[in-house]
Design a binder for this molecule. Structure first.
Ligand SMILES: *Cc1c(COP(=O)(O)O)cnc(C)c1O
Length: 397
């Protein structure tokens, strides 16, 4: 049948041969996925592992990345979300109903706490804050449904008593969700912690950080082991229309192959910078889980038997350095750029008034302005020199 150009430009004739094999998997962009026939249309079911029925449900491109992420985290199932925060919110909206209690660590990723406070106001969810260093501060009531863990905690980097907290949550029948962005599935296995086969129920990973590795793509993942829980999350994922871009997925897939090597280098460079930071008189504290004087170091030793840590290290300036001085320090840095997020090649810096961010007493943290360094892939000696020159210039404006 002879067709008009308008038609033939839409119906491509060449198909890729089945046997063609490339280093990276082929990229599938899809809203519509075409069914082979009506049998395929009527026999599909949303709980099938690979339900190819619509772009929001998944394509070979998204399933390939999801499988790799699940494998890396030690889980069975994985859902992708357009950002780490979106992945967190999916867990909250799936696990919490009116009257339920949710427990969050005081040093949890800030926007998660903010979102939960919003749910508290609007939907009557009860938010309780605990201290990750003290498992006894987690006292779930009968209404407790969800415990959020983060190891190490955001900004101040305390490593929590994961084993103690998980044991208590299991006893109380509370669903355990871990924000595992810091560990990235590399520092420890969230589904098999230490020798006692302790596991979280849900691991959430901001793929924006190390899996993307470029500082340019936003994505999140929700990893589980239990099929029933996965299906609850999958249903909510579909109903909320959560979907990721095929191109972004392919970019993350491509970066994932070097993630373990990059993570190890970030960890090593951070240790080099840390070894220098602890001798600088401007700081009253240096915070990093592998540093024996940091809060929660003993829990890090227990859990991170790989000896690995993410490329984050924070310092607390001595009280004589006021906000103006610390701002000058940040402005004088040349290699470290001022910006949120981490996990890319570029080193970043951010400053915080930690007193304004914590709800519970935090005697282990000195008073003073906190600066967090995200160590990128530059040579650590250059990074040290950069911090040294900024400290010098801050003192002599
Ligand atoms: C960055 C981050 C998130 C959020 O990820 P986005 O993709 O930026 O939304 C969540 N948790 C932690 C610990 C993070 O560092």
């Amino acid at each position: 049948m002879k067709r008009h150009p308008q038609t033939s430009l839409i119906h491509a004739t060449r198909k890729a041969p089945q046997f063609i094999s490339t280093v990276q998997p082929p990229l599938f962009r899809a809203s519509t996925i075409i069914f082979n026939n009506t049998d395929a249309l009527f026999n599909r079911h949303w709980t099938d592992d690979y339900d190819y029925s619509y772009g929001t449900h998944g394509t070979p491109t998204t399933y390939t990345l999801a499988d790799q992420i699940a494998l890396n985290e030690g889980g069975e199932h994985c859902l992708l979300a357009p950002s780490g925060l979106s992945a967190i919110n999916l867990v909250n909206s799936c696990c919490l109903s009116h009257g339920d209690e949710v427990w969050v660590a005081d040093n949890i990723y800030g926007p998660n706490m903010e979102h939960l406070r919003d749910l508290q106001k609007r939907y009557g969810i009860v938010v309780k804050v605990y201290d990750g260093l003290d498992a006894q501060s987690f006292q779930p009531s009968k209404q407790a449904k969800l415990l959020w863990l983060e190891a190490a905690g955001s900004v101040s980097l305390e490593f929590p008593d994961l084993k103690g907290l998980i044991k208590k949550a299991k006893q109380a029948g509370v669903c355990i969700a871990l924000d595992n962005t810091w560990g990235a599935g590399l520092a420890f296995n969230p589904f098999d912690l230490s020798d006692e086969h302790l596991a979280v129920d849900i691991s959430v990973h901001a793929l924006t950080k190390y899996p993307s590795g470029g500082g340019d793509i936003l994505m999140g993942a929700i990893i589980t082991q239990d099929k029933v829980l996965h299906h609850r999350l999958l249903r909510m994922h579909a109903l909320q229309g959560i979907a990721v871009s095929a191109d972004d997925t392919a970019q993350v897939q491509r970066s994932l192959s070097s993630m373990a090597l990059r993570y190890a280098q970030h960890a090593k460079s951070t240790q080099t910078v840390l070894d220098w930071l602890i001798h600088q008189p401007a700081f009253s504290q240096v915070l990093h889980p592998a540093y024996p004087q940091s809060a929660g170091h003993q829990y890090w030793l227990e859990i991170c038997q790989t000896g690995l840590s993410a490329g984050l290290v924070s310092v607390v300036f001595k009280p004589e350095f006021d906000m103006q001085a610390v701002r000058a320090f940040c402005d004088h840095l040349q290699l470290f750029k001022l910006g949120f997020s981490w996990g890319g090649p570029l080193s970043l810096v951010m400053l915080y008034q930690i007193e304004d961010m914590r709800h519970l007493a935090h005697p282990h943290l000195n008073a003073g302005i906190l600066v967090r360094f995200c160590i990128g892939l530059e040579h650590p000696e250059d990074l040290i020199q950069d911090i040294a020159q900024a400290l010098k210039r801050m003192n002599s404006p």
